[in-house]
Design a protein around this ligand. Sequence first.
Ligand code: ATP
Length: 349
Amino acid sequence: MSFDETTPPLLAIDGLHKSFGATKVLDDFNLTLHSGEMLSLLGPSGCGKTTLLRLIAGLEQADQGMISLDGSAVDGGRAWVRPEGRHVGMVFQDWALFPHLDVAGNVGYGVPRRQRAVEVTKTLELVNLPGMQSRTPDTLSGGQQQRVALARALAPKPTVLLLDEPFSNLDAALRRDVRTEVRELLRDAEMTAVFVTHDREEALVLGDRVAVMNAGRIVQTGTPAQIYQHPATPWAAAFVGAVSLYPAVAAGDVAEADFGPIPLLDSARGPVEVAVRPENVDLRAGDGEHVVDNYEYRGPDAMVTVASPTGVLLHARVSGMNSLALGDRVSPVYSGPPAAAFTRPEAGS
Ligand code: ATP
């Protein structure tokens, strides 16, 4: 990580509320971002991600709460700083390049005239498009257009860069290449960035920190590994990756499931459901009590769902070289790191 958490945050959002008519979109939303940090904001469609970015950029005004940039309030209390005074860059879902301007015109759009040519040249080099100044957007590939959009947001040297699902227009293979490239590029530029996505893999790859959001609130923030391995709620566990919430009985640092013990991250007692990731389950072929209920071959691996004698489903990711088939009897074994456990809903009632 290239940022220093002991310094004051560059972006601070405190108790933010925003509604559109009767629709409450942000509900007591809090977030901080440090200089040089890349934060992935991950949440389902409609949870308020774009609205949050628009509030940070000054394209919407908060109903309540405060947004501060670099130590100064820009929205909230009596403060209101117009978008052009905030030094916030935005890259949109559809890139929104100006079709009638060439690449130089697009990239230099927000740069003062005197520095324009120099900044355009430097920024195009940064995004690996040197010498492309006079091309028009319609002559560029999707990946190149995406980089021009990024260059246009970077050229005015924003304090914070906001990216709203910037790769959703690209096909899957290009998307993976471009996101790696963009991550390196933003790291090299020591950019502070908020990256919005509903794609969990993208959020984990791109963020120094990930904020998981649902229904206008943050559910959990943490490093990608914390978010994946130590989810705060059953919902977050399922949203961030494939998981089985498997019933077990906890006795301290271990929970006993019907197929054997599972080590726990946090000590617990009594009925729990354990967040079991499929890659942490081995299936031993033979005369086990679990039966293969579903089998999806995916090339290098296969996702196998097995059913317990009482009908509880458990997902396992196994090598694509296995010879399992529907109806086979297997014995699952937990083989991963300590897992998160949640008190079972019925146990509390
Ligand atoms: P997606 O991932 O689908 O882009 P999102 O998380 O970015 O979704 P938002 O675009 O922030 O979600 O929208 C959140 C909610 O606010 C939705 O219910 C949306 O319909 C509503 N909304 C957003 N902008 C407005 C507006 N200007 N007027 C009325 N409702 C709005």
